[in-house]
Design a protein around this ligand. Structure first.
Ligand code: ADP
Ligand code: MG
Ligand code: MG
Length: 198
């Protein structure tokens, strides 16, 4: 079963992965965006872990909802509201249970991803974070490791795509041949689930 401490470990592991990969995220964003994705997420997830240390919410849903609110208020770029919505809606969907199963998390994350799609108006294949998140949700019913692999594969599969949403879409055909920064950071978020479960 997954409790509030599990969700805090998930957020901490995400913050560490974002720190580790910040330069790479920024490089990817410099190719098809404005070179701030690494810094945006470093600022956001470090604020999340600081707040969780201080407030220690009692349920898994409350941890994710608080993390989502913190991302929205600390990250200026497109990714702040999108990741914030993802975690807030996922947390809300978990309700006030003290512990949840991986299957329940998969279902709640599905609701979170649907909220991201609604907010950003993007769909599968538009070369966004959704291209990592959608396959990850599908595979999360199987295992954390399967979800992480699916997210990595989804991020890699954005390389040949032409961006249809966000800043990268301004480049049109010139966005082809580059991996999407948001799909790459989404794969870090999902990969951090494996660490939280270890
Ligand atoms: P900004 O583009 O405002 O500088 P970031 O660089 O932090 O914000 O985030 C860029 C990432 O956000 C993109 O790589 C993409 O994955 C994601 N993104 C942008 N717009 C959308 C959207 N409408 N729907 C889903 N994801 C999006
Ligand atoms: Mg950017
Ligand atoms: Mg920006």
């Amino acid at each position: 079963m997954l409790d509030a401490a599990f969700m805090c470990r998930w957020m901490t592991a995400t913050a560490a992965a974002v720190d580790r990969e910040a330069a790479r995220l920024t490089d990817l964003d410099s190719a098809i965006g404005d070179a701030d994705h690494g810094a945006n997420l470093q600022r956001g997830f470090s604020a999340v872990t600081t707040l969780l240390d201080k407030e220690a919410p009692a349920t898994p849903g409350a941890v994710l909802a608080l993390a989502g609110r913190q991302l929205i208020s600390t990250v200026g770029g497109a990714s702040g509201p999108l990741y914030g919505t993802l975690l807030r809606r996922t947390g809300k969907s978990l309700g006030d249970a003290g512990e949840v199963t991986r299957e329940q998390l998969a279902e709640a994350l599905g609701a979170g991803v649907a909220a991201v799609a609604q907010l950003g108006g993007a769909a599968a294949g538009d070369k966004t974070m959704l291209d990592a998140l959608l396959p990850a949700v599908e595979a999360l019913g199987e295992s954390f490791a399967a979800a992480a692999e699916a997210a990595d594969a989804g991020a890699l599969a954005t390389v040949p795509l032409r961006a249809r949403k966000g800043r990268a879409s301004y480049l049109g055909e010139r966005s082809v041949g580059h991996q999407d920064p948001g799909a790459t950071s989404s794969a870090l978020l999902i990969g951090a689930l494996v660490e939280a479960a270890a």
